[in-house]
Design a binder for this molecule. Structure first.
Ligand SMILES: [Zn+2]
Length: 417
């Protein structure tokens, strides 16, 4: 074996185990693996889990907050205007530099699979895509990046975008995406979804839509998206981000939509960092801007959680590309506190997100790629509570990041004797 990780905790097992790695794959998970000259690392009783999966971010926009005028109204509409002006100034080199920087933050935090949306539309053409394609190439061997050709400014409202999306797919984007709230009417939002499916089918690509990113209960795109997914046989190939309007529906309509989403196999991505911060401008009582996570989980929908924006006009002050931070916010906001609840939240940044991204071969098991994190906490609960550093990050058996943290308490209590 090339490498043995000693003294590891794995989910579902109280005893410490060793993890043997050979040829980039996990060979064995059990106590007492013989070394025979293999390299060894000590997990020190820390949790070993598959690397985190980031299901929704925007690498092309990241780190542009300082170029964005301040949002004086506090409304998202003003942010869209401001960020559009910033997007007009992109160059490929500029996007490449920012995308590789932030992708590096993700890897440092134990993420080796990233799905990024990239703005496609008349203000920016394919410039953002070219920069992110170059970043993807540069990071090959470190992280796998899926690119969503994202119609940020809508399709019906933004003539020419449909052809730009097709060009983006030919150029190397993987997934077709759009933004339902960018359209002027609900009928146009439904037409947008039809165009997205048409392009996706042309390229045999999956679909990932920013869907009903609003507190307005009249936004019903998730319902239409689920219905079209079933009609077109796209079961399991569609992801919907945000879906905040679902939280504003009455319980009867919400239950109907949730069941249809389940039937369609649509994955839902909720993004607390963006929406808690920028999404909702309610007077009191204030909503959270997040979808009905608990109700969706209850009916068996695949729910995951992502970062979304990082230091751009939409999230100018917060965001550090860390799925454990996202998980913590989900846990707090949905009062996930019963035994086992934090395991569900951890799934949202690992296995559920992997399912949304269609990752095969994901997970900690013999025969699977040795793509894993060694955390400095023994359990999922402690990893989330302590925001535990990722001591080692391995991808296909190769170490791609490590973090060492030194803490000293000089003024503690007197030692017991
Ligand atoms: Zn987004």
């Amino acid at each position: 074996m090339d490498l043995v990780i000693r003294r590891a905790h794995v989910r579902g097992s109280p005893e410490l185990v060793d993890i043997g790695i050979d040829g980039g794959k996990i060979e064995a998970i059990r106590p007492g693996i013989e070394a025979h000259g293999s390299r060894e690392i000590d997990a020190g009783g820390g949790l070993v889990a598959p690397t985190f999966v980031e299901p929704h971010t925007h690498l092309d926009k990241a780190l542009t907050a300082d170029r964005c005028p301040p949002n004086r109204s506090g409304l998202i509409d003003e942010v869209v205007v401001n960020t559009t002006e910033v997007a007009r100034t992109y160059t490929e080199e500029d996007v490449y530099t920012r995308a590789t920087t932030v992708a590096g933050w993700f890897v440092q935090n134990g993420v080796t699979h990233i799905r990024t949306h990239v703005d496609i539309g008349p203000p920016v053409g394919l410039t953002g895509l070219e920069g992110v394609l170059a970043a993807r190439e540069a990071l090959r061997g470190v992280a796998d990046i899926q690119i969503v050709a994202f119609a940020q400014w809508g399709i019906v409202r933004s003539p020419g975008t449909d052809e730009l999306l097709r060009r983006a797919m030919r150029r190397g984007a993987d997934i077709v995406g759009a933004n339902t709230v960018a359209e002027r009417t609900q009928a146009d939002a439904d037409r947008q979804i039809d165009v997205v499916f048409a392009i996706a089918r042309e390229f045999d690509a999956d679909v990932d839509i920013h869907c009903d990113s609003t507190d307005d209960p009249n936004a019903t795109s998730l319902h239409y998206l689920a219905a079209r997914t079933i009609e077109l046989g796209y079961h399991g190939r569609v992801t919907a981000g945000h879906c905040c309007a679902l939280s504003s529906y009455d319980p009867y309509y919400a239950a109907k939509v949730a069941r249809l989403v389940r039937e369609a196999g649509v994955s839902i991505v909720t993004m607390p960092i963006k929406m808690l911060y920028a999404g909702i401008r309610d007077p009191y009582p204030k909503r959270r801007g997040m979808t009905r996570i608990d109700d969706l989980l209850e009916v068996g929908v695949n729910v995951c959680t992502g970062q979304d924006n990082i230091l751009d006009g939409f999230s100018p002050c917060l965001g550090r590309a860390d799925p454990l931070e996202t998980a913590l916010l989900v846990a707090y906001n949905f009062s996930f506190k019963r035994p086992g609840d934090l395991e569900l939240v951890f799934d949202m940044v690992t296995t559920n997100a992997a399912r949304a991204l269609g990752l095969r071969d994901y997970g900690l098991a013999p025969g699977r790629p040795a793509t894993l994190n060694v955390l400095t906490a023994p359990t999922v609960q402690e990893a989330i509570r302590l925001q535990a550093p990722r001591r080692f990050v391995l991808r296909n058996g190769t170490m791609v990041a490590e973090t060492e943290r030194v803490e000293r308490l000089h003024a503690g209590t007197a030692p017991r004797s």
